[in-house]
Design a protein around this ligand. Structure first.
Ligand code: GLY
Ligand code: MN
Ligand code: MN
Length: 489
C-alpha cells in the first residue's frame, strides 16, 4: 500500500486527509482558462511543457536525499516522482505525463518501479509514457507554440530551471508568458487547496499544542523540535516541514530565522525564558507556517505579558481590518503602529506614534514584513509579479514579500512580532531621530527578553478573513493550556 491510492487520491492512511486528484484537474483548467484569454495565443495550438524536479545528491555520495517535487510542476500535475515531464494542451486540457525509465540494475535499490498502466491508474491520466518518447510525442502533436517556465523568484532572487530536452530547438518556444500566468493562478487557492492547507495547519497547531504541553525548563530547544516532528508525522502523516524549524528560547527569540547550522536549536531552555516556536508541517506539498510564543514555565511574567499583548493587539487589529481591496502595505503600517502604541503603554517608548512610525521605529522592533502569501512554498509565489505594485523602499516596508491589494482566495500569514535585537537597538540609539523616542531605563529591562511573534494562517474571504490556525492565543488560553500537565491533543 503506497501513500497514493490506485484511484489517484493522496492519503497517508484513513486517519489523514484524502486529497482528490481533481485538485490538479482544476488547477489545469484554471491555467488553461487564463492562457486562453491571452490574445497572442488565440488561434494557435498551445502546449505547456514543465519539467519536474531532479533528485538531489552530493558529489561525494550516491545517496539520494529526500526528494521534494518542483512546486510549479506539482501544482500543475500532482506527480510525486523525480525526473518527469508534463505536457498540457491549452485548448483541450489534455495531459501527457512522461516518467523516467528506471534501469533494471536499480531495481535492487529502488524496488521494481510502477509500469505505465500502474502510473495511469495512480495519476488518472490516459497518456503516460517514458521520457524517451517526449520528442516523438511532440513531433506527432505538432504544437504551434510550447510555453515554458522562466522567471525570477522575488524572495530568493533565483531563476527557475527552464525545461530542457534534446530536440526542443525544433519547436517554437515562448518563455515570456507562463511564469506570470501560472504564478497568478497559484496566488488564489481553490476549495480543494484550502482543504489541504486547513489540514496541514490543523496538524501543525495540534503539534504546537503538544509541544507546549510537554515544554519545560531543562529541555533543549531541539527536544521540542523533535516532539513537533514526531507529532506531525506520526499523527498527521506529514513527512516534511515547509522550512527550517525555528525553536528559540530566551535571547534567541530575537533571531528571526534561528535554528540554522550554527545554532541548530541547541540551547538549554531556562526557567523564565520566553519560547518562540515557528514550525509548519507540509501535507501533499502544501505547507503551514505557524508561530507560537509562550513562557517556558507556563506562567507569563508582567513584562512577558505586556510584550505578548502588544503583539497580539497588532495581530488582531490586522485580522479585523483585512478584506478584499485592502493594501498589504497598509496592513503592515497598521500592525507597526499598534505595536508602537503598545510599547509606549509599557513606557519603553515615548512620544507620538505616527512620528515614531515615520522615523522608522516600526522596523527597529519588527524588522520583517507583516506576512506573506502561503501555499506549496512557505513564501509562496506571486508577491511581485510584472504589473503588481513594486517593493516599497522604506525601512521595514522593504522587507515585505508583497505590496499587492488583498483578494478573496489568497492565503497569507499574519505574523507581527516584537524583538529586542541588540545591534538594531544599539544602532537606533545612536540615531538622534530615533533615540529621542526611547525611554532607555525601561528599555534596559527588556534587553535580554528575546522576542515574541504571533503567526496565523488565514484565507482572505469575500468580506474578511478565515483564520484557520487553532492554537491558544490569549495569555489566559496559553496559561490554561500549559497548566494541564497531562494535556494531550
Ligand atoms: N517561518 C518563516 C516565516 O515565518 O516566514
Ligand atoms: Mn513562520
Ligand atoms: Mn511566515
Amino acid at each position: 500500500m503506497t501513500c497514493i491510492s490506485q484511484d489517484g487520491n493522496y492519503s497517508m492512511g484513513d486517519h489523514t486527509l484524502s486529497v482528490p486528484r481533481h485538485l490538479y484537474k482544476l488547477n489545469q483548467e484554471r491555467l488553461c482558462k487564463s492562457l486562453n484569454k491571452i490574445p497572442e495565443l488565440t488561434d494557435s495550438d498551445v502546449y505547456v511543457l514543465l519539467q519536474g524536479g531532479t533528485p538531489l545528491s552530493h558529489y561525494s555520495t550516491d545517496i539520494e536525499y529526500d526528494f521534494r517535487q518542483e512546486p510549479y510542476f506539482l501544482w500543475t500535475f500532482g506527480v510525486c516522482e523525480p525526473g518527469c515531464y508534463g505536457l498540457l494542451q491549452v485548448s483541450t486540457g489534455n495531459v501527457h505525463l512522461f516518467f523516467p525509465k528506471i534501469p533494471e540494475e536499480h531495481y535492487v535499490w529502488m524496488g521494481v518501479p510502477l509500469d505505465i498502466e500502474e502510473y495511469k491508474k495512480r495519476y488518472q491520466v490516459k497518456n503516460i509514457s517514458y521520457v524517451e518518447t517526449l520528442l516523438e510525442t511532440l513531433e506527432l502533436l505538432k504544437p504551434s507554440v510550447i510555453l515554458t517556465l522562466k522567471g525570477q523568484n522575488s524572495d530568493s532572487g533565483l531563476t527557475c530551471q527552464e525545461v530542457h530536452f534534446d530536440g526542443i530547438d525544433r519547436f517554437t518556444v515562448n518563455n515570456k508568458i507562463l511564469y506570470k500566468t501560472i504564478s497568478e493562478c497559484r496566488v488564489i487557492k481553490t476549495e480543494y487547496e484550502k482543504e489541504v492547507m486547513r489540514y496541514a495547519t490543523k496538524v501543525t497547531c495540534n503539534a504546537h499544542k503538544s509541544v507546549m504541553a510537554k515544554c519545560k525548563p531543562g529541555l533543549f530547544e531541539y527536544q521540542c523540535e523533535a516532539n513537533f516532528l514526531h507529532y506531525v508525522y506520526f499523527v498527521g502523516g506529514c513527512r516534511h516541514v515547509g522550512y527550517n524549524n525555528i525553536c528559540c528560547s530566551g535571547l534567541n527569540g530575537a533571531v528571526l530565522h534561528y535554528g540554522h547550522a550554527t545554532e541548530p536549536n541547541s540551547k538549554l531552555i531556562l526557567d523564565g525564558d520566553m519560547c518562540l516556536f515557528d514550525m509548519g508541517a507540509t501535507y501533499c506539498g502544501y505547507t503551514a507556517d505557524v508561530t507560537v510564543s509562550f513562557p517556558a514555565n507556563g506562567k507569563f511574567t508582567e513584562d512577558q505579558r505586556a510584550i505578548y499583548n502588544a503583539v497580539l493587539a497588532s495581530n488582531l487589529a490586522v485580522m479585523k481590518a483585512i478584506k478584499p481591496g485592502v493594501c498589504w502595505v497598509e496592513m503592515h503600517t497598521l500592525a507597526n503602529k499598534v505595536l508602537l502604541k503598545g510599547l509606549r503603554d509599557i513606557k519603553i517608548l515615548q512620544g507620538d506614534v505616527d512620528e515614531m512610525y515615520e522615523a522608522g521605529l516600526g522596523a527597529v522592533f519588527q524588522p520583517h514584513g507583516l506576512g506573506h502569501l502561503l501555499g506549496l512554498d512557505v513564501h509562496d509565489v506571486g508577491g511581485y509579479l510584472d504589473g503588481c505594485p513594486e517593493r516599497p523602499t522604506m525601512p521595514g516596508l522593504k522587507a515585505l514579500r508583497m505590496a499587492r491589494k488583498l483578494e478573496a482566495g489568497m492565503a497569507i500569514t499574519i505574523e507581527p512580532g516584537c524583538y529586542f535585537i541588540k545591534p538594531v537597538l544599539d544602532r537606533a540609539l545612536k540615531n538622534d531621530d530615533l533615540a529621542k523616542f526611547f525611554n532607555t531605563e525601561v528599555l534596559e529591562r527588556f534587553r535580554q527578553f528575546g522576542g515574541v511573534r504571533i503567526e496565523d494562517n488565514v484565507f482572505v474571504t469575500e468580506d474578511g478573513v478565515e483564520n484557520y490556525t487553532p492554537v491558544p492565543r490569549t495569555v489566559e488560553e496559553i496559561e490554561e493550556w500549559m497548566s494541564k500537565k497531562e494535556a494531550t491533543v
